[in-house]
Design a protein around this ligand. Structure first.
Ligand code: UD1
Length: 413
């Protein structure tokens, strides 16, 4: 399957179950290397990025077994510390394996990671963190070799609260000597989930949900089972699917606390939100109202929801302004939405969005995961048929998106 065909204009209604979080599952799968044994994971999303992570774990000697909703990973026979270049290029989060390999085996070899084209995405903060932990780093022909005889606890202040760098430093140091303190650490819920997982394995990490994380090195980690948190970006996407179609959608297996800023913004657009313990229901007006958005590190508005709201606000009554503060090139989707009748003007990091009533189906091309999701949402609101190409980007991060949208009444093939 390489494209989606969507017949728009259907009001979505019903209930949809949110899958496990992509951005929590990926570092947790990498972290299974640290106990050199078995790990049982539940609520792992069945998406391309997770398949790529499994492939890398298997290539370096790990074993993966799937039994219904249960994934069993055995890392007792890891035999190489080299992450295959072709898989590294497929997915940026493969860089997280470096921290896990260094934490357990004190060496890792990898090339610069790939991933969605949404900005320059350097890994300097990851490498600076490794160096501070006493790791030697050598770069040759685009390859990075890291090794050390021991990981030494230290204090690391991040210039920016990078999610990946925070995770990599935690993974590299949790089996180290002494205590490592990260300041200006990222506070995203996926980091909290990774720390909960590691602590359940026997790690001693404090300060999850704060910007000061303390990692007290332990000697050994044990075999455990763990249930991955729900995907907050997928949750937000289905709520917006309800909002953009003037519909009524209930999402289950969701954590409302993780998307408070998103829910506040949806309320500002005149949608009604009903929150229960693990579910959220949205009831949208016929046409939503404009609002302004600024993306920020958590608990601010998530950059991964920026394009999703770009689509929603392109249908609003009034003009909205979005400011993207995390990744500089995250507006590629706008030109495609404009082909459908949206009125989005990009000026540097700002998008000025004049709401339009005349969104029409046409042929569009996805350039990245969340930009592709924005095109699906726009297509759901559009008159007529939209064809979205390059949907492999979307399938990297959304489990059974076609099936889930169909269940809500969408016409998607
Ligand atoms: C993670 C998420 C991604 C989300 C992003 C921000 C995963 C698998 N991906 O990506 O979905 O959009 O957090 O919430 O969890 N930076 C540097 N140097 C570095 C690292 C980052 O300058 O070494 C910059 C980046 O270019 C970017 C900003 O820091 O401008 C944020 O990046 P970061 O938080 O590291 O995002 P990722 O971990 O790549």
């Amino acid at each position: 399957m390489s494209k989606f065909i969507i017949e728009g204009g259907k009001r979505l209604e019903g209930e949809v179950q949110i899958s496990g979080s992509k951005n929590a599952a990926l570092p947790i799968i990498a972290a299974t290397i640290l106990n050199k044994g078995k790990t049982v994971l539940y609520n792992v999303p069945d998406i391309q990025d997770v398949h790529t992570m499994f492939e890398i774990i298997q290539k370096i000697g790990g074993k993966i077994n799937k039994k219904h909703n249960k994934i069993i990973i055995n890392t007792s026979e890891i035999h190489t510390y080299e992450i295959p270049d072709n898989l590294m290029r497929q997915m940026r989060s493969s860089v997280i394996l470096a921290g896990a390999l260094l934490g357990k085996y004190h060496q890792a070899r990898f090339s610069y990671p790939g991933g969605c084209e949404i900005g320059s995405r350097p890994i300097d903060l990851h490498l600076k963190g490794f160096e501070k932990l006493g790791i030697n780093i050598k770069e040759e022909h685009g390859e990075i070799f890291c090794n050390t005889s021991q990981i030494l606890g230290t204090q690391i202040n991040l210039d920016f609260p990078s999610v990946g760098a925070t995770e990599n430093i935690i993974l590299a140091s949790c089996l180290g000597e002494g205590t490592t303190i990260i300041t200006n650490a990222a506070k995203e819920p996926e980091i909290e989930d990774l720390i909960k997982y590691l602590n359940k394995m026997g790690a001693n990490i404090k300060g999850e949900t704060t910007d000061r994380i303390e990692i007290i090195g332990v000697k050994k980690l044990k075999e455990i089972s763990y249930n991955i948190m729900p995907d907050r970006i997928e949750a937000g996407t289905y709520l917006v699917a309800g909002a953009i179609t003037g519909g009524k959608v209930k999402i289950t297996n969701a954590n409302p606390k993780h998307i408070e800023t998103v829910l506040n913004k949806l309320e500002e657009t005149n949608c009604k939100i009903k929150i229960e313990k693990n579910s959220i229901e949205i009831e949208a007006p016929k046409r939503i109202k404009a609002t302004d958005i600024k993306t920020m590190p958590y608990p601010g508005f998530p950059t991964d929801m920026q394009s999703i709201f770009g689509a929603l606000l392109s249908t609003a009554k009034g003009t909205s302004i979005i400011t993207e503060n995390i990744f500089e090139s995250r507006y590629k989707y706008a030109q495609e939405l404009n082909r459908m009748g949206a009125k989005i003007k990009i000026e540097g990091r700002t998008a000025i969005i004049k709401g339009s009533k005349k969104i029409q189906g046409t042929k569009v091309v996805a350039y990245d995961l969340r930009g592709g999701a924005a095109m699906i949402l726009e297509a759901l609101a559009a008159k007529g048929i939209t064809e979205i190409e390059n949907i492999h980007y979307i399938l990297r991060g959304y489990e059974k998106i076609e099936e889930k949208l169909k269940k809500l009444g969408a016409k998607i093939y």
